[in-house]
Design a binder for this molecule. Structure first.
Ligand SMILES: Nc1ncnc2c1ncn2[C@@H]1O[C@H](COP(=O)(O)OP(=O)(O)OP(=O)(O)O)[C@@H](O)[C@H]1O
Length: 248
């Protein structure tokens, strides 16, 4: 469960997030969509305090991240994993070592580390690539390694920042299938930021449309609800995406 309550964030004079409130249910796959500069990534980064808010409260899994301090905040943040558009793998480490990084940081003993890394790699179907380096992999494979790394600490929440935006449609579908399996098999709550309505529609239960640092609307995506999105939100999103309604 994630609760964002009246959260604001400024970068200098620019107000990137303007008193935003939203709530993601436990076990939900939730989308955030909007044009470039709408504040989607900033909102996502506020959910694990990669950005700290100027005002408001961020609650994840019943912990108020904005109130916790020291060790307690580090523990709370360990249950929140993140993946990125550009994968953020370490080029000088093998696939195996990349996936093991979070376990090394949290000082998990070697044998347990080995088991968990291999389990994670098997889950994304890349155990036989364990000795390769990121440069030897395709974009989809790199994202699957990043997903294995995100899973290795058994997170409750997975934040995805444009996870398929550098991938072709087939690879996009593969990655979305992996995310769906993570949600179904482990009950992980997933938040996906994307500018692609097709991605959001294919996997999310609800979507928040952001515009100019604010929530424009939040709608449900169910078989019967897709029409509602088509009428109310998608036109708006397309206008934003193609109309350059950006603050700059
Ligand atoms: N660290 C930062 N310093 C200064 N300005 C920032 C910083 N991070 C984001 N911004 C600005 O805040 C606004 C929102 O950025 P954000 O990345 O959240 O938007 P977005 O909707 O994710 O867009 P995109 O899809 O282009 O990434 C943008 O105008 C951006 O330039």
């Amino acid at each position: 469960m994630i609760k964002i309550q009246n959260v604001s964030k400024r970068f200098g004079d620019y107000e990137a997030i303007k008193s935003v409130s939203l709530s993601v249910n436990h076990g939900e796959i939730y989308g955030v969509i909007g044009a470039s500069g709408a504040g989607k990534s900033t909102l996502l980064r506020l959910m694990n305090l990669l950005e700290s808010p100027d005002h408001g409260e961020v609650i994840v899994n019943d912990d108020s991240l904005t109130r916790l301090k020291g060790r307690r905040i580090r523990e709370a943040r360990q249950s929140i994993a993140m993946i990125f558009q550009q994968y953020n793998l370490l080029g000088n480490k093998t696939v195996y070592d990349n996936v093991g990084v979070p376990l090394e940081l949290s000082k998990v003993p070697r044998q347990e580390r080995e088991d968990r890394v291999m389990e994670s790699l098997q889950f994304v179907g890349l155990d036989h690539f364990k000795d390769q380096y990121p440069a030897q992999l395709s974009g989809g494979q790199k994202q699957r390694v990043a997903i294995a790394r995100a899973l290795v600490n058994q997170p409750k929440v997975l934040l995805c920042d444009e996870p398929t935006s550098s991938l072709d449609p087939n690879t996009t579908a593969e990655i979305l299938t992996v995310l769906k399996r993570i949600n179904e098999n482990f009950g992980v709550t997933i938040v996906i930021v994307s500018h692609e309505m097709e991605v959001i529609k294919s996997i999310c239960e609800r979507v928040t449309v952001m515009a100019n640092g604010e929530v424009y609307e939040t709608v449900e995506i169910e078989p019967a609800g897709i029409q509602k999105i088509d009428r109310s939100a998608q036109g708006f999103v397309e206008r934003l995406t193609h109309g350059g309604d950006h603050h700059a």
